[in-house]
Design a protein around this ligand. Sequence first.
Ligand code: ARG
Length: 288
Amino acid sequence: MKSFTRKLMSVIVAASFCFGLASCSKAPAATSASDATTTVAESKASESSASSEAKADVKTVSAGKLIMATNATFPPYEYHEGEKIVGIDAEIAKAIADKLGLELVIEDVAFDSIIAGVQAGKYDIGCAGMTVTEDRLKSVNFSTSYATGIQSIIVKEGSPIKTIDDLLKGNYKVGVQSGTTGDIYMSDSEGGVGENRIDRYNNGNDAVVALKAGKVDAVCIDNEPAKAYVAANSGLVILETPFTEEKYAIAISKDNEALLAAINKALDELTKDGTIAKIIEKYIPTNK
Ligand code: ARG
């Protein structure tokens, strides 16, 4: 268990800030990010003119657009509501795009293709509950962090797996979403269960379906999607796992420093005016 924790901690990069959910203001659920942003732009003239400075030298993949790659099977960060992709990341990205005077375009792609797509200049940003890791930082820049996550283990109710140690010591199979930190940690033979006991799925939902069907014994996924999947599927429970905090941030091409600066500036403003806390509170109410 210790080495699992250590392994997790070793890839975590100190991002510049994050915020306690406890301090979030209680926002009416109906407030959309764009509404909130409009109010800010109107009420804080000095700040919005500062944003437009940043806006002037920002080049994007397609002029006037901010193309965001995500993988929309990660509630409450991104998921489908009918045709629409909604969630914390979708709303934060919309608020940023509004500040930069860009139209947000969301593309739903395989999670493990996001970084390569950003690097190749296919997408402006990867915004997908994406954890900042040393390894990913070799390929892309990350914005300041806007949220945190913890790896969780989902098992079936009544499973003999009660702890992480049970999972590591037994000959159990673990389902993960391909290319995620859950995959990286779990497939490591030192801290995780090792390559031979991993089944990789295209998305979190497929991993959960495999767990229900008895194809895997556990699923390793971030805590908020874990809670959402357990709430949506009867007969599943979340194990108490070691504290493994990760920082979520937006991936941006190393070739676009101006976009990184503009996004960090927008995030800073959206944090200070409470917009980000409001968006998070809307999807993860603290009093629930
Ligand atoms: N936080 C994990 C990672 O960065 C999982 C993210 C999965 N996100 C998604 N939208 N499916 O690897």
